[in-house]
Design a protein around this ligand. Structure first.
Ligand SMILES: NC(=O)C1=CN([C@@H]2O[C@H](COP(=O)(O)OP(=O)(O)OC[C@H]3O[C@@H](n4cnc5c(N)ncnc54)[C@H](OP(=O)(O)O)[C@@H]3O)[C@@H](O)[C@H]2O)C=CC1
Ligand SMILES: O=CC(=O)O
Length: 336
């Protein structure tokens, strides 16, 4: 595995670890060329003193905003279903009743929404964040969307005079809780530098990938691979059981070899029990496959495995498994 400094890796994609675990003050920290890796246990409020907004308090938004609050940031929150903000209000968050009001009162506003439709609505729909934005402010969208949607949001945000950064994340509920997300950012470089201390509170590494659309594309490619890996693993678990093997032993064997992945070790044992506690909702994995197929279509790249995988997730959705974890895709392979 390359360290991130390999000469054959284009500089745009190099990850550069920093020596100190302490992030530097907001206005004076050094941003590594295009990407950097940090560890964040000592990240503190006095490193990042301004007011931040957080829109979309779902599975991911809740722990991400929680980590900002625990680091001492002044956080103002909004969610369509207000009650989901309660744990954050208890921790000291301020609540506003629309994205517009959050954006109006904050220097930078983060958004973590379900899909392209909700990301657009919250960014520039009625009472959307754009109404409260203006010069000097920043809008950072963590939602997993396609590049066209991200560019549309970028255009509408920039028309207000504010800056825009797309920043989808790799890493699920537990990495979000642990501040171990990977940020795949693109767009306004000065805004990236300005919000890097916040990203370092919520994540373990960040990549700046250039123009808006590149972060979205990277995220969709990663999740296309992940969706297919999970579908293939599901086939293996069921086949092993049908030929008389113990699928728990398969999980153990896989975990020791070249195809080992944390996802298999973490989710495998509960999949064997037909339990799918939701970390990454199946409906979002299918959305990501659908968007990745659109991306592949746009450049005529054959992706037959992802196409077949997408069909499997659609079957799982038709079984009512949309809000279960994406590992429930295994149910689509069981005889009904
Ligand atoms: N869970 C995971 O492991 C990961 C998820 N992601 C991506 O992050 C994003 C969020 O995921 P996650 O937190 O799991 O999803 P959730 O489904 O838990 O949360 C979705 C959020 O979007 C809001 N929302 C949905 N529709 C609308 C709408 N029409 N208008 C306003 N708000 C809306 C929801 O509000 P309400 O509470 O009212 O429903 C909620 O705050 C997705 O794009 C997902 O693909 C990325 C990495 C990991
Ligand atoms: O998008 C999901 C993830 O685990 O990353």
């Amino acid at each position: 595995m390359c360290s991130g400094f390999c000469p054959h890796v284009p500089s745009l994609f190099r990850a550069k670890p920093i020596s100190s675990s302490r992030i530097k003050p907001l206005l004076s920290f050094t941003v590594k060329a295009f990407s950097s890796q940090t560890s964040n246990p000592q990240a503190k409020a006095d490193d990042v003193a301004s007011n931040v907004g957080f829109l979309g308090i779902g599975i991911m938004g809740l722990p991400m905003a929680q980590n900002l609050l625990k680091s001492g940031c002044n956080v103002t929150v909004w969610n369509r279903t207000k009650s989901k903000c309660d744990p954050l209000i208890t921790l000291g968050a301020k609540y506003e009743s629309s994205p517009e009001e959050v954006a109006a009162g904050c220097d930078v506003t983060f958004a973590m929404l379900a899909d392209p439709g909700s990301a657009v609505d919250v960014a520039f729909g009625k009472h959307g964040a754009a109404n409260g934005l203006g010069p000097g402010k920043g809008y950072i969208d963590f939602s997993t969307v396609d590049g066209s949607t991200s560019k549309l949001i970028s255009d509408r945000i920039k028309a207000t005079g504010a800056s825009f950064l797309e920043a989808p994340v790799s890493g699920s509920k537990k990495p979000a809780e642990d501040g171990q997300l990977i940020f795949l950012t693109a767009g306004d470089k000065p805004l990236y530098e300005r919000v890097a201390p916040y990203l370092d509170i919520m994540g373990k590494s960040r990549f700046f990938l250039g123009d808006v659309g590149n972060g979205a594309a990277m995220k969709l490619v990663v999740n296309m691979i992940m969706g297919s890996m999970m579908a293939s693993f599901s086939e293996g678990l069921l086949l092993s059981e049908k030929v008389g093997l113990d699928p728990n032993v398969l999980v153990e064997v896989v975990s020791q070899g070249a195809i080992s992945a944390p996802m298999y070790s973490v989710k495998g044992p509960s999949m064997v029990q037909s339990h799918y506690p939701t970390a990454f909702p199946l409906k979002h994995q299918q959305k990501d496959l659908r968007l990745a197929l659109g991306l592949a279509e746009s450049v005529s790249q054959p992706t037959p495995i992802a196409a077949a995988t997408n069909e499997l997730y659609k079957v799982a959705k038709s079984y009512g498994l949309s809000d279960h974890d994406f590992s429930a895709v295994i149910e689509a392979l069981k005889a009904k």
